[in-house]
Design a binder for this molecule. Sequence first.
Ligand SMILES: Cc1cc2nc3c(=O)[nH]c(=O)nc-3n(C[C@H](O)[C@H](O)[C@H](O)COP(=O)(O)O)c2cc1C
Length: 223
Amino acid sequence: MGIKYKNRIRDIGRLVSIMKDLKRVFEERRSVNFFDRNKKIDDETFKNIINLATLSPSSFNFQPWEVIAVKSDAYKQKLYNESCNQPKVLEAPITLLIIGHKHGYFRENPIWDEKIKLGLTEEKIQGIIDYSEKNLYSTEEKKVAFAARNSSLLAMSIMYAAKYYGVDSHPMIGFDEDKAKEIFNIEDNKIVTMMISLGYFDEGHELHPREKRFNYNDIVKEY
Ligand SMILES: Cc1cc2nc3c(=O)[nH]c(=O)nc-3n(C[C@H](O)[C@H](O)[C@H](O)COP(=O)(O)O)c2cc1C
């Protein structure tokens, strides 16, 4: 058997196993309502989850997002008070606030410097910013949508990355955004897209069966 052929077989084998893992991650991720208070997430696993999730796509690779990781009991309690008293905020070892930047395309974003290294000019950059400001994100509503669209992809990636590392998650938008912004000094040019509790399912509880999903026939319109 030639080396090239052997390599090809090995590559296909690797691809099949990656795909199987990925399918399992999709199938096994659930919004976990009960977290085991005694199981912490070690720092390395947490960093791995976030670093894997940063491979998310974003508009122009702006990555207009940041993450606040709430770990201390004092801040968990403050957040819980503004999150419809959802117990998972207190139970989970970490609750994340996924933050979206409404002005992520502004020149202040350091990713522009990376693009300059790749050959983009300041003049071209200014042109893109002006076009964005005038046409794409001209209103407050559109800026919020820009921030939410991009940072939601990071959020989803974090949940899948967590599952890959054996960590459970629960996304939430049942919280008072203004109060959350106050607690964590989040500036006006940012939104709190959602919260995600991370931890390990408390096996003492039962996970509800997954609810019905609308499928292809329900959601796809072909033109
Ligand atoms: C954007 C978003 C916001 C959500 N907000 C809440 C919430 O505030 N509280 C809650 O208990 N579940 C919340 N959920 C969880 C959903 O109820 C859950 O994802 C859905 O029922 C499907 O279940 P599954 O994630 O286990 O497949 C939210 C989910 C998403 C995606």
